[in-house]
Design a protein around this ligand. Structure first.
Ligand SMILES: *Cc1c(COP(=O)(O)O)cnc(C)c1O
Length: 467
């Protein structure tokens, strides 16, 4: 058994190039090789169980090895695993699209978002949205060189279009010469009120930077951009409520709604990238729900299959879709698609996941867990190495600081987040930081007991890392 552990570790070091990983550090460490998952836990080759504190990179919703999703997949396997959507339709993709559209209409109170375009992952969902909006401009406004307005610190995936729309220098700067130009509005993180207290409500999403009166300065910039560029803007692309990969940056309450109003005023499309926030993560089914916002195009992926299989959707309003209708020779077709588009297994898992949302009353059961998390964040805010805590629903970020009195940050090379993650690993908790920000994003199905246990262990890990 132990021999097999070593063999797998050596094979991994020899042959796997891990994403977002400095491989020299990786090969000098011992990889955790996962063999099993149950509920909110994952098990390695040594039989050690870890709490999956980041939902396996933000995808897992109902826990691992859910019998309902397993059964749905086995059932689907006995029929067919994949056939193409190019020229054919299939049962699970049709059923899921129908369910998803009614879910959206129930939660976002609209019947306009009803055309589901399938792809495989968050990046491709965003690429499809960008191409849709760009082509929409040609069909509707005869504008062939439309531009996108995106936000500083945004993250929309790693394909080149998504990187063009992104705004995180650390990830994106290297590729700058390859990218198309986008107009950057500031990240919605431009005000502060250090005495803020996280209330029980979902308002005040950040302790250090909470809601200010009047128009936010970051919004004024966006307004100016739209005023100047209006006829040429294809869309404004944002992550609603929280810039997740950008460091769990929470937008002030009202910001999203204000962006929607600006897009309406200046007659430009709003693309909501809910790849991270969709499917309950922020406490409501969709983040847009918090502020009663209906985007023109909605991107969903990560949690869509409950964390089982790669699947994504780009959902457009009928208005956008209709602009692509025409005579065959007019070439208004949306020329985009992937080999595994509409994959039956993925759609079967997604359908099963939606059923669990209902059966387990997932959204209602989140409320006490969100309270546990917010209470703990309020207390960890007093820690000498914590400068801010930010949260929406069950997505939280904790910003680490070297010296709270002078607000001197940890330097990049001090790897503060990694030190805490390493300590957490010793305490059977798996988390993955974003620089100096600890990310806490457990599966929504985590029990209150396990959530509390995880938070206590993370607190001990922060103590241990900087003692
Ligand atoms: C993760 C993420 C993406 C990219 O999704 P992938 O499946 O990793 O390609 C896009 N947008 C947001 C907001 C994300 O969090």
């Amino acid at each position: 058994m132990v021999k097999n552990n070593k063999r797998l570790e050596d094979l991994d070091r020899a042959y796997i190039w891990h994403p977002f990983t400095q491989m020299r550090d990786w090969i000098n460490d011992t990889p955790i090789v996962i063999t099993e998952g149950r509920d909110c836990f994952i098990k390695d080759t040594y039989g050690r169980w870890y709490i999956d504190g980041v939902s396996s990179m933000w995808v897992n919703i109902h826990g691992h090895a859910r019998k309902e999703i397993n059964a749905a997949l086995i059932n689907q396997l006995s029929h067919i695993s994949h056939s193409t959507l190019l020229g054919l339709a299939n049962e699970p993709s049709v059923e899921f699209a129908g369910k998803l559209v009614s879910l959206i209409s129930e939660h976002l109170k609209t019947d306009k978002l009803n055309k589901v375009f399938y792809s495989d992952n968050g990046s491709t969902a965003v690429e499809a949205a960008l191409k849709m909006a760009f082509q929409y401009m040609q069909h509707t406004k005869k504008c062939a060189d439309a531009v996108f307005v995106t936000l500083g610190n945004g993250y929309h995936g790693d394909t080149i279009g998504a990187v063009s729309a992104g705004g995180i220098d650390l990830f994106h700067k290297t590729y700058a010469p390859l990218l198309f130009k986008t107009i950057k509005a500031p990240s919605p993180y431009c005000f502060s009120c250090p005495d803020g207290i996280l209330s029980d409500e979902t308002d005040a999403p950040s302790k250090y930077r909470c809601t200010a009166d009047g128009e936010f300065p970051c919004l004024t910039k966006l307004r100016n951009i739209l005023e100047h560029l209006t006829p040429n803007v294809a869309a404004v692309l944002i992550e609603p409520l929280i810039q997740a990969a950008g460091g769990m940056i929470t937008a002030p309450v009202g910001y999203l709604k204000a962006v929607r109003n600006l897009c309406t005023k200046f007659d430009t499309l709003l693309i909501a990238d809910e790849v991270a926030t969709g499917f309950g993560r922020t406490g409501t089914m969709f983040a847009c729900e918090h502020e009663g916002v209906v985007p023109d195009i909605l991107c969903l992926s990560k949690g869509i299959t409950g964390g089982y299989l790669p699947l994504a959707v780009t959902i457009a309003t009928e208005k956008v879709y209709n602009a692509f209708l025409g005579e065959f020779a007019e070439m208004k077709t949306f020329f985009n698609g992937h080999s595994y588009t509409g994959n039956q297994l993925g759609c079967a898992a997604a359908l099963a996941s939606l059923e669990i949302f209902e059966k387990d009353n997932v959204l209602n059961n989140l409320k006490p867990k969100i309270k546990i998390l917010r209470d703990w964040l309020n207390s960890i805010f007093n820690h000498p190495h914590v400068s801010d805590v930010r949260v929406y629903g069950l997505m939280a970020g904790i910003e680490l600081i070297k010296d709270k009195a002078t607000m001197e940050p940890f330097q990049f090379e001090e790897k503060a987040g990694w030190q805490v993650a390493h300590e957490a690993r010793k305490r059977s908790v798996f988390i993955r930081p974003l620089g100096n920000v600890l990310v806490i994003m457990p599966p929504l199905a985590i029990s209150q007991e396990n959530l509390s246990a995880m938070l206590i262990r993370i607190e001990k890990s922060i103590d241990a890392a900087f003692k």
